[in-house]
Design a binder for this molecule. Sequence first.
Ligand code: CDP
Ligand code: CDP
Length: 208
Amino acid sequence: MSFTIAIDGPAAAGKGTLSRALAAHFGFGHLDTGLLYRAVGARMLLGEDPIAAALDLDASDVQMEGLRRPEVAQAASKVAAIPEVRSALLDFQRAYARRSGGAVLDGRDIGTVICPDAEAKLFVTATPEIRARRRHDELAAQGADISYETVLAETRERDDRDTARVDSPLRPADDAVIIDTSELDIDTAVASAIAAVLERQDEKAATR
Ligand code: CDP
Ligand code: CDP
């Protein structure tokens, strides 16, 4: 049986944290779709044409070192605005979503474009300041020399690019449950995400 959980939201909202927790709780697989765009962005930074890179992306690309670097995040959001890049990555994501045993996919357009029929959709968000603070803390812990102000500016830049693009912009699906993690610690956010998914599972069971 397949069951798809779609998780969307802006940078550092907590999508990955919630996705991993949901995948562990329900025994589902997890696909971080941002890594696909980061891999294409990283290959563009190495001089490759992004459309060609997206067309022959494979598993080794998402294992490249340094995909979490801020310059790769910016490159990812630039290549993500190219419709041919998005369409090259579509089939892989849809096939993953339908894997037997259930799947959690997180990104920007999962509930709206990749899996509009997902059984559960969450839109995870938080204020830009809080998201930038979290991302800055993560980068600082990894030894990166970058100021909070720079991280905030880059977060806003990426939010703007991701919401303004014509193809698959970042927005909540009409039937998404919104989880604002600004004031939530991780355990509380995870508990509310699990509760939202359980509610959808019950609804699905009731209509069967
Ligand atoms: O995947 P996404 O970029 O949306 O965010 P993440 O990598 O899950 O979370 C970004 C950072 O925020 C991580 O360091 C999380 O531990 C932290 N976080 C938090 O402090 N409180 C939450 N409710 C969720 C995440
Ligand atoms: O972890 P964080 O939220 O900072 O970024 P990410 O999820 O790794 O995504 C990096 C960039 O890829 C985003 O800023 C988007 O431009 C793009 N992306 C997208 O367009 N569609 C997706 N489904 C996932 C990511």
